[in-house]
Design a protein around this ligand. Structure first.
Ligand SMILES: [Zn+2]
Ligand SMILES: [Zn+2]
Length: 206
């Protein structure tokens, strides 16, 4: 699996190009993402933009990137309604209008894109997802789990700490070596241990 981390600004979410055909999150600066992608892929190569959740820092650039490359946008069905809402998408925190995306694909969990499987991990938002490759032992953890025992906040619209703990528990059952979080740095080894630490920290916090 070929994974390229695109450059985004410090307040923006991470965006990852997977095997040239899938973009995991789009960040909020469409121009920056498009200009980097143009150096790597042709129009038509990018098939799907999978949003790990509805928040503006992950979804704000998605519509323009989809348009530029002829890609489809996928998001979990429980987060889709929040995309059109300044509070639900947290765009108001960034002083921006809601992304107003009409998704092409509504996910429920269990779908696959190439070797990535969709895992529904509610808690940070109702329709948050992670993407997992069992073969590569790779997890895209969105804003559910971050490095060093951190985890997604649950005080925004639709957040739920108990659900988040259950979701992190689900992730501890996977075999993960490398973790690509929605913010901060890539965890390049022993990601299982980091996820367990996040579960411990989140359980104490509740
Ligand atoms: Zn985020
Ligand atoms: Zn978020």
């Amino acid at each position: 699996m070929q994974i390229i981390k695109l450059q985004t600004s410090p307040y923006d979410a991470n965006a990852y190009l997977v095997d040239r055909h899938t973009l995991v999150d789009a960040g909020m600066d469409a121009h920056a993402i498009i200009s980097q992608l143009e150096k790597i892929i042709q129009r038509g190569e990018l098939e799907t933009i999978i949003l790990t959740h509805c928040h503006y820092d992950h979804s704000g650039g998605a519509a323009q990137v989809a348009e530029a490359f002829g890609a489809k946008i996928a998001i979990h069905r429980d987060d889709a309604p929040l995309l059109n809402n300044p509070r639900g998408s947290a765009s108001e925190l960034f002083g921006e209008r809601a992304p107003s995306i009409i998704p092409d694909i509504l996910l429920s969990g269990g779908e696959t894109f190439g070797e990535l499987e969709v895992i529904h991990t509610p808690g940070h938002t109702p329709g948050g997802i992670c993407l997992y490759s069992a073969r590569a032992k790779v997890l895209f953890s969105g804003d559910t789990v971050f490095p060093d025992g951190s985890f997604g906040r649950t005080d925004l619209a639709g957040g739920n700490t108990q659900q988040l703990i259950e979701s992190i528990k689900k992730l501890t059952l996977l075999d993960v070596s490398i973790m690509y979080p929605g913010h901060e740095d890539i965890v390049r080894e022993d990601a299982n241990e980091q996820i367990k630490l996040s579960l411990m920290m989140a359980s104490q916090y509740s």
